[in-house]
Design a protein around this ligand. Sequence first.
Ligand SMILES: [Zn+2]
Length: 343
Amino acid sequence: MTNSITINGVTVAAGQRETIDLPLGTLYTHAPLSMPVHVICSKKTGPRLFVSAAIHGDELNGVEIIRRLINDKAMRRLRGTLVAIPVVNVHGLLHHSRYLPDRRDLNRSFPGSEKGSLAGRVAHIFIEEIVKQCTHGIDIHTGAIHRSNLPQIRANLDDDETSRLAHAFGVPVLLNSTLRDGSLREASAELGLPMLLYEAGEALRFDEVSIRAGVRGIKNVLRELDMLPPSRRKRKPTEPVIARSSNWIRAHFSGVFRAVVELGTHVAKDQLLGVISDPFGEVEYEVRAVFESIIIGRNNLPLVNEGDALFHLARFRAVADVAEKIDEFQDDYHEELMDSPVI
Ligand SMILES: [Zn+2]
């Protein structure tokens, strides 16, 4: 088997790298629109991994992760083929929006169809031109707008190959998540393609730790797939722990919200997480943890309506061990940031 790959009629031969524009039709301004795809095709045969970001057009950490990944000098030693798609939902990104202009969620529109809705058409192009040509995939997300996620991997851990890659990624928390209707992950699973979802940070923001952990995580997966030679780093990647389950704590009242715990905090049952009050402070409602857990997602907007999701809590068997791993993980990256700040 050769490594060469043909996307939209453009063949990238072994030993070449190329940027290909996948046509998505035109905007109503008459301007043509395309999804940019960067392909690195090694002379040495190996798996074909796609890495995609911004399926939700306002989730930007992945765009930066891919920019750094494809410019990383380790890519010179790549085996197999890397197909990088920094912006899948181009329409959404242009509008700083999660959705497409038809208000559909692209990650609920897979596998899509040639004659379907705008979202369905974009999904169909992505499946036909990218997913069907690859052997593995990593899709990068962040929390929704005003919500941030602790770096975490969500995947179908009941599948051995997927689980192996999820463990290799090197972030402390794994969620064994059931497949969602119409998601890229579900469509990939139906094609027999192991896929990870990396969730980290907040929509419309860059989070440096999430970005660095994402670049390193993808390189760890490339090593696990034998697409990169073993690391020379002395430090081993974090051995992750699988959450038993997770739940969102929602606001019982509308009001001004103050959070008192950070992402990654180990909280006891009934521990105070935040307070909701009216603007005069005449009434105050406490938000408390309903079980001992780790905070893996958090709302950052101080204005909440009754029913809004405030904290995402994950249960673990040995929660103190997980908390220790998360502390180590965060300390490592913060130390690294002091030594080599953002350029
Ligand atoms: Zn997303």
